[in-house]
Design a protein around this ligand. Structure first.
Ligand SMILES: Nc1ncnc2c1ncn2[C@@H]1O[C@H](COP(=O)(O)OP(=O)(O)OP(=O)(O)O)[C@@H](O)[C@H]1O
Ligand SMILES: [Mg+2]
Length: 340
C-alpha cells in the first residue's frame, strides 16, 4: 500500500511542472550563449575529472534558472542537493548540506540573495578552500575547528544579483544572466510543450501564445495549459488560432502579453501619478502590493518593452506606454518640466 502511494507520487501527472521542464541542456530552447558556455565548462570538467566551478544564474522569474541548474548535475552525472536561501537562517542550517556533499556533487541554492549575511560569510571558505570553520564554546573557551569538505559545485539562482554581496558574487567562477526569450524561441517552447501534453496546436496558434507570454517560458507553458483547457471544453480539443485568441482574451492577456497586474501598474502610473516619475514604493503602496513583487515580476518586462523608463526620480511612462493605454502623452516641454 505504502509502496503504491510512493510510486503514485513519483510518476508525474500531465499537470506536473516536471513534465514540461527540459531535463538536459540540449532540450533547452534559446539562451544560446549561456548554453554554449555551460556546455564547454561542463565538458571540460568532465574530461579533466575535475569539479565544476561555482555557477550563479540571475534573471527575472520563469526564464530557466532552476531548469539550467538542474540540467548540470545530470550532464556531470553527479549527486544533487537543493536548498532555498529563504529557509536557511543560520550557519548550522547549511552545515548538513555542505558535509553531505559528495566529491564533485552539486549543491543548488535557490533564492540565494535571501541568505543572511552570517551564512554568506560562512560560505566563503567553503566555496574557496572547501573548508568550514566551526566555532565551539563561547568567550574565553571558544575554539575554532577547521573542517575539510569534499570539493563540490555550488549553483546559486537569484532574481536579484544586486542583493548579493560582492565577495559572495566574486566567488562564483561562472556567472550567467538569463534574458527574456524572443517570439521564435517561445513558439518553439510552446510547440514542444504541446507535444508533451499531447495537444494539437497549430503553428499560428503557438505563435499567438508565444507573442502573449511576456518573453517568459513559464508563462508560455501556463498559457498553453489554459488554452488547452479552453479548447477541450469549448471546442474539439484542437488549438486553432481563433481558439487561442478567444482563450487568451478570456484570461485578459493583451496583445503584448500583459496581464491584469501589468496593466494595473501602467494605469496607476498614468492615472494617479500623471505618467510619473513616481517612486516604486509609492506605486506599490497604491497598488497594495509588495515593492519586491513589482521590481521582480512586473517591471523587468515593462522596462524591456520600453513602456516605462527608470529615471533618477522614479518610474515614468514612455510614449509607447501612453500609446499602449490609449492615452495621449504630454507635450515634450511638459515632460521636460517634470525632470527639473
Ligand atoms: N530554455 C528553456 N526551454 C524550454 N523550457 C524552458 C526553458 N526555460 C524555462 N523553461 C520552462 O519554464 C519553466 C520555468 O523555468 P524555471 O523554473 O527554470 O524558472 P526560474 O528562472 O527558476 O524562475 P524563478 O525565478 O521563479 O525560480 C520550466 O518548468 C520549464 O518548463
Ligand atoms: Mg527557480
Amino acid at each position: 500500500m505504502v509502496r503504491e502511494t510512493l510510486l503514485g507520487g513519483q510518476s508525474p501527472t500531465p499537470e506536473d511542472d516536471s513534465v514540461l521542464r527540459p531535463q538536459l541542456l540540449q532540450e533547452m530552447v534559446g539562451q544560446q550563449e549561456v548554453h554554449a558556455r555551460l556546455k564547454i565548462a561542463v565538458g571540460a570538467a568532465t574530461k579533466r575529472g575535475d569539479t565544476l566551478g561555482h555557477v550563479l544564474f540571475d534573471g527575472p522569474p520563469g526564464l530557466g534558472k532552476t531548469t539550467f541548474a538542474m540540467c548540470i548535475p545530470r550532464h556531470l552525472d553527479v549527486g544533487f542537493q537543493i536548498a532555498n536561501g529563504a529557509a536557511l537562517k543560520a550557519p548550522k542550517d547549511i552545515i548538513p548540506y555542505l558535509t553531505n556533499a559528495q566529491e564533485g556533487s552539486v549543491l543548488f541554492i535557490d533564492e540565494i540573495h535571501r541568505l543572511p549575511k552570517t551564512i554568506e560569510e560562512f560560505l566563503y571558505p567553503a566555496m574557496e578552500d572547501f573548508r568550514i570553520d566551526i566555532v565551539l564554546g563561547e568567550g574565553i573557551n571558544a575554539r575554532t575547528i577547521n573542517m575539510p569538505l569534499k570539493p563540490f559545485t555550488l549553483i546559486g539562482a537569484t532574481t536579484r544579483t544586486g542583493l548579493i554581496s560582492a565577495p559572495l558574487r566574486d566567488r562564483f567562477q561562472i556567472r550567467e544572466h538569463l534574458e527574456f526569450y524572443n517570439i521564435e524561441e517561445l513558439t518553439e517552447i510552446v510547440l514542444r510543450s504541446a507535444a508533451k501534453l499531447k495537444t494539437r496546436v497549430e503553428d499560428s496558434a503557438a505563435r499567438e501564445i508565444a507573442t502573449r507570454s511576456r518573453g517568459t517560458p513559464r508563462l508560455a507553458n501556463n498559457r498553453l495549459r489554459w488554452v488547452r483547457d479552453y479548447a477541450t471544453d469549448q471546442a474539439d480539443g484542437h488549438v486553432t488560432l481563433q481558439v487561442a485568441r478567444d482563450a487568451l482574451e478570456m484570461l485578459r492577456v493583451d496583445e503584448l502579453g500583459l496581464d491584469g497586474q501589468d496593466r494595473k501598474y501602467l494605469e496607476t502610473l498614468l492615472r494617479v501619478f500623471h505618467g510619473g516619475p513616481a517612486g516604486v514604493e509609492a506605486i506599490a503602496h497604491t497598488l497594495n502590493t509588495a515593492t519586491d513583487t513589482l521590481e521582480d515580476e512586473v517591471e523587468p518586462f515593462l522596462l524591456r518593452s520600453e513602456l516605462i523608463v527608470r529615471t533618477p526620480r522614479g518610474r515614468q511612462l514612455t510614449v509607447a506606454g501612453y500609446d499602449h493605454l490609449g492615452a495621449t502623452p504630454p507635450e515634450p516641454e511638459v515632460q521636460g518640466e517634470l525632470f527639473r
